[in-house]
Design a protein around this ligand. Structure first.
Ligand code: 13P
Length: 253
């Protein structure tokens, strides 16, 4: 079975102490993980080492950065490189979240560069894609996400793509409480897999975990994750509440 993943995206929330407590509360619940299941916490940069230390005893729990820069190193004040993340033991990095695309003008081409640098560092990019509401209303969502994949991923080999995690996050569902229906999620995830298959073949397409993100909650995670092409979730708000995220982890296939 493909990896089934519950990924928390804390975004720019919580103080250090609050983050530490949240991890402790989640870890205190001994959820028996299966070999094909993975839990990831994407935490703010200053908390990476604390979080990595906190989950050190659980091989099925990993820590992710929420971003990295598109250049290898150099005079880019305030930025963090893929190599720096690797050097502190981080093996996952969220790339292309819609908030970064929107507020920090990250282009598809820039995201392609970030992915290249992460793959050199043997770090798994969690590549986000998804359409805004007006595109969905005009039924243009498939074309929209296909173009995002084309511009940021199509230069990769099948071997490289099979190392990626993809997160489909419809922008209209992020932080709005309006979750995609299971039909909408399954339809899009199957479409994304068909795009992967067309470009790299069936074996690669079947190997890539595709997560759903956008108002995943304790109450809807199980039905979303039950969809055959939904391999878990990338969770914002509900990942900040220990009991909720525990329920979401337990909802993995
Ligand atoms: P919410 O779960 O708060 O809608 O956020 C989703 C998201 O953007 C995760 O990356």
């Amino acid at each position: 079975m493909r990896k089934q993943i519950a990924a928390a995206n804390w975004k720019m929330n919580l103080t250090y102490e609050q983050g530490e407590k949240l991890l402790q509360d989640i870890l205190a619940v001994k959820i028996p993980g299966q070999a094909h299941q993975q839990v990831i916490f994407a935490v703010p940069f200053p908390y990476l080492i604390m979080a990595k230390t906190a989950v050190a005893e659980r091989t099925d729990y990993s820590i992710a950065a929420q971003n990295c820069y598109s250049k290898k190193s150099g005079a880019y004040t305030g930025e963090v490189s893929a190599e720096m993340l690797y050097s502190i033991g981080i093996r996952y990095c969220v790339i292309g979240h819609s908030e970064r695309r929107e507020y920090f003008q990250e282009s598809d081409e820039m995201l392609a560069e970030k992915i290249n640098l992460l793959l050199v560092q043997e770090t798994t990019p969690v590549f986000c894609c998804g359409e805004p509401l007006e595109v969905r209303k005009a039924a243009g969502q498939n074309k929209h996400v296909e173009t995002q994949l084309q511009k940021s991923l199509f230069h990769l080999t099948a071997e490289q793509v099979s190392k990626l995690v993809i997160a489909y996050e419809p922008i209209w569902a992020i932080g709005t409480g309006q979750t995609a229906t299971t039909e909408q999620a399954q339809e899009m995830h199957a479409f994304l897999r068909s795009v992967l298959e067309k470009q790299w073949g069936k074996e690669t397409a079947e190997a890539v975990s595709i997560l759903y993100g956008g108002s995943v909650k304790a109450s809807n995670a199980a039905e979303l994750f039950a969809c055959p092409d939904v391999d878990g979730g990338l969770v914002g708000g509900a990942s900040l509440v220990a009991q909720d995220f525990v329920q979401i982890i337990k909802a993995l296939k």
